[in-house]
Design a protein around this ligand. Structure first.
Ligand SMILES: O=C(CO)[C@H](O)[C@H](O)COP(=O)(O)O
Length: 218
């Protein structure tokens, strides 16, 4: 089974966490695209969705779901999103699709974060996937120098502008043994908008698509 088929398995299994007539949070990426398609195909009657990106908004609207501003929605029962890596404690690296800031906001505003991924995303220690950091454009070089002092190698993701008008640095060669501490330190660098480490607010449930079907952690 290939990775995309496993993503679809995880996405379909996430439907079990969605109640009718609720407003849900929806993340970004190819796994979430399967989730949005599955919501529509199974005719799940949500009240609407708070979206974490322009791309997901477009897909939700294409399926005729109502997209609701977070400011009007209040706290959400559930947020469904993918990840680039998860450790066994469900701390995540996210932002491969450059949507990390809105993803972190919607995750923070949600009571339950259901993460969906193919099983290659589960790792013992985070950091093989380069850690995305969204930065204010004028601060990019300064932030890169500070990130280098933390032991990583920041690389500017050129030609990418986030939905918020900012830039992305991908930090390579990190072995993240203290995700909470690193998230705190990177958040303190002036010019950082968001770091794609979800350690203070990890996922509550991780659904992995595997050859044997959906596996749910913890
Ligand atoms: O964080 C993300 C976007 O910013 C995605 O959740 C992450 O990149 C996983 O993407 P995919 O489902 O395509 O593997």
């Amino acid at each position: 089974m290939n990775a995309d088929q496993k993503k679809r398995i995880a996405a379909e299994a996430a439907l079990a966490y969605i109640d009718d007539n609720t407003i849900i949070g929806v993340g970004t990426g190819s796994t979430v695209n399967h989730f949005i398609d599955a919501l529509a195909a199974r005719n799940v009657r949500i009240r609407g969705a708070v979206s974490s990106s322009e791309a997901s908004t477009e897909r939700l609207k294409k399926h005729r779901f109502d997209v609701i501003d977070l400011n009007a929605a209040g706290d959400l029962d559930v947020y469904v999103d993918g990840a680039d890596e998860s450790d066994p404690q469900l701390r995540l690296i996210k932002g491969g699709g450059a949507a990390l800031t809105r993803e972190k906001i919607v995750a923070a505003a949600s009571r339950r974060f259901v993460c969906i991924a193919d099983d290659s995303k589960l790792v013992d220690v985070l950091g093989k996937f380069p850690l995305p950091v969204e930065v204010i454009p004028m601060a990019r070089s300064y932030v890169a120098r500070q990130l280098a002092k933390l032991g990583g190698e920041p690389v500017w993701r050129e030609n990418v502008i986030t939905d918020n008008g900012n830039q992305i640095l991908d930090v390579h060669d990190l072995s993240i043994t203290d995700p909470v501490g690193l998230e705190t330190r990177i958040n303190q660098i002036a010019g950082v908008v968001t770091v794609g480490l979800f350690a203070h607010r990890p996922a509550d449930v991780l659904i992995l698509g595997t050859d044997a079907g959906a596996k749910v952690l913890p």
